[in-house]
Design a protein. Structure first.
Length: 207
């Protein structure tokens, strides 16, 4: 009877030792996973910048990609403005829609060009003559060494009439300043001191 009791004690001890080892392994695994998760979380946080806006709103910006993407965004901003401002069709509503969208990207310097062309009847001639005007931006030269940044755009205009196509050279210049991003201005730039340096005929192609 005493031998059987000792055997039960030994069996119970083995079971306790087994469960103890299992418990230790589980605790070790949980600890290792927690340390690994904390490390990954800390690494992710080091890649981010938190900016408080007046203590009210919290904005998240990726620190690594911001400076790298800015030149690309600047060129796209300038390119998009030219596409909207200089692409015209013989439709008053379409012209006004494009111009309004373009003016969100620039200061009043471009509006002066628009007002001047409107007063001279340029848009009315586009509509009455059933003329389409398109633009192809060849390149945007940026100087990001000084702020505000400067941008010179080289493009080609195509004025398409029923009888011919006029190709024109277009060169413009502007300054770029940082501004708030929005649906109307996704790149977060505003063009200042926009001016047309060159706009001359290159050739006329008969249709």
């Amino acid at each position: 009877m005493e031998f059987k009791s000792l055997k039960n004690i030994e069996t119970s001890f083995k079971q306790i030792r087994f469960f103890g080892i299992v418990f230790l392994v589980v605790c070790t695994a949980i600890t290792a996973y927690s340390v690994w998760s904390s490390y990954k979380f800390a690494e992710a946080q080091r890649q981010r910048i938190y900016v408080l806006d007046g203590g009210k709103s919290l904005m998240l910006a990726l620190s690594q990609d911001l400076s790298q993407n800015r030149p690309v965004e600047a060129r796209e901003h300038v390119r998009r403005f030219h596409e909207l401002f200089f692409t015209l069709s013989p439709d008053k509503a379409a012209i006004e829609s494009n111009i309004n969208r373009a003016l969100f990207l620039v200061d009043k310097s471009a509006y002066k060009y628009y007002s001047d062309m409107a007063e001279k009847g340029y848009y009315n001639r586009i509509i009455s003559g059933n003329i389409n005007q398109t633009i192809a931006v060849d390149s945007v030269a940026l100087d990001l060494n000084t702020y505000p940044y400067t941008a010179v755009t080289y493009a080609r205009q195509m004025i398409i009439r029923a009888s011919n196509i006029t190709q024109r050279s277009l060169v413009t210049r502007c300054n770029l300043i940082n501004s708030v991003r929005s649906d109307n201005n996704p790149q977060g730039f505003t063009m200042e001191k926009f001016e047309i340096i060159e706009n001359r005929d290159l050739r006329v192609l008969e249709r």
